[in-house]
Design a binder for this molecule. Structure first.
Ligand SMILES: Cc1ncc(COP(=O)(O)O)c(C=O)c1O
Length: 363
């Protein structure tokens, strides 16, 4: 049996939608993009959605829309994908790394409060692996210091916290539709917001700062999404609830069937609807194998895995400062002990049982 850790679910509907765009002759940003933006905003419960060509560009544009640049600080978790922080650096601002909760892997509001300085302008909270971070806690810090709250929802299309969808919780929500995400357009992204001014600035930023054809009122980028990608996104958005339900059922099965000493299954925060972009287990000292050996063992049995993420951002060569003590020890410890196992919607019952059985045989 060969089970990849991730697999995009693309069917005939997506192929037909792309063919229709190709036959229409309109390959750039047109009606499909506008429709995708409307449908995505409706789905998230935000007033606006701005389609963009990837999740990194979404974060970059959101930060610029919030007027963040040189001399500013933006608080980000250390345990996340690199783009959460690199987008901050791309504006000229400084990412300030804070630690995460050991069991939810998500940003810790108390650490955010401690990291605020007079230069702090914004916080990026990441709904890591599909589980919403403590939005209420982080929001309180942001309100008391007048900071912009940006959600990095790249991994959390459809996630809910206390009745609100990812993308509608902060001032802006940034999504990625990379091939392995819960819904995909190949490469692609979206910024959601209910703020009129942010929406207007985002639209300028993603299209050369162009307020009218060939009239440029600020420096902007070409971050536009194509109609080809939007056509895939429209179909995928319709299937998202079904995909997420399958991911949640797969996760539920793992929760109740995986049982090995020293292996911790993911903890779900009360009041949240986790959409399991990844199912991430953690190996403690009691686990009978080293992580590298466990990965090899599963690989030999045909089960793909991945480490998300092996190096916390405060230790990445581009950000690390050798003279500092470890400022985010939980992130460091997680980077050395987590492992993502397949949870994607295309897994069947036989594969789920095989994965659990193979893991449970570890002694
Ligand atoms: C948490 C997080 N932020 C940002 C990104 C960047 O998205 P993209 O790869 O579409 O640029 C990703 C996706 O890879 C991600 O997982």
């Amino acid at each position: 049996m060969q089970i990849p850790v991730a697999r995009p679910a693309i069917g005939q509907d997506e192929i037909s939608a792309v063919t229709a765009v190709l036959e229409s002759g309109m390959l750039a940003s047109g009606e499909r993009v506008a429709e995708f933006e409307r449908n995505f905003a409706d789905y998230c419960g935000s007033t606006h959605a701005v389609a963009i060509n990837n999740g990194t560009a979404a974060l970059h544009a959101a930060l610029l829309a919030a007027d963040i640049g040189q001399g500013d600080e933006v608080i980000v978790p250390s345990f996340t994908f690199f783009a959460t922080a690199s987008a901050v650096s791309m504006t000229g601002a400084k990412p300030v790394f804070v630690d995460v909760h050991e069991r939810t892997f998500n940003i810790d509001p108390a650490q955010v409060e401690n990291a605020v300085t007079p230069r702090t302008k914004a916080v990026i909270g990441v709904h890591l692996f599909g589980q919403p971070f403590d939005v209420t806690g982080v929001e309180q810090v942001c309100e008391s210091h007048n900071l912009t709250l940006i959600e990095d929802a790249a991994q959390a299309q459809g996630a809910i916290s206390h009745g609100e969808r990812a993308g509608a919780m902060g001032h802006m929500g940034c999504f990625s539709f990379y091939a392995t995400k819960n819904m995909t357009t190949g490469e692609g992204g979206m910024v959601t917001t209910s703020d009129k001014a942010f929406n207007e600035r985002l639209r300028l930023l993603i299209n050369h700062g162009q307020s009218e054809k060939y009239l440029h009122t600020r420096i902007g980028y070409n971050y536009r999404l194509t109609d080809v990608a939007a056509a895939i996104g429209l179909v995928q958005l319709k299937k998202l609830e079904k995909f997420n339900m399958r991911r949640r059922k797969n996760a539920e099965y793992f929760d109740s069937h995986i049982s090995v000493k020293g292996l911790l299954t993911p903890e779900v925060t009360q009041g949240t609807h986790h959409v399991y972009h990844q199912y991430v287990v953690r190996l403690t000292d009691e686990f009978p194998m080293k992580r590298a050996d466990f990965i090899e063992y599963l690989k030999a049995k045909g089960i793909g895995t991945a480490v998300h993420y092996p190096i916390p951002l405060h230790h990445q060569p581009v950000y690390a400062r050798a003279d500092e003590p470890d400022s985010c020890p939980v992130s460091t410890s997680l980077a050395g002990s987590v492992l993502s196992i397949p949870v994607h919607p295309l897994l069947d019952q036989k594969e789920l049982a095989y994965i659990c059985d193979t893991i449970n045989r570890v002694k």
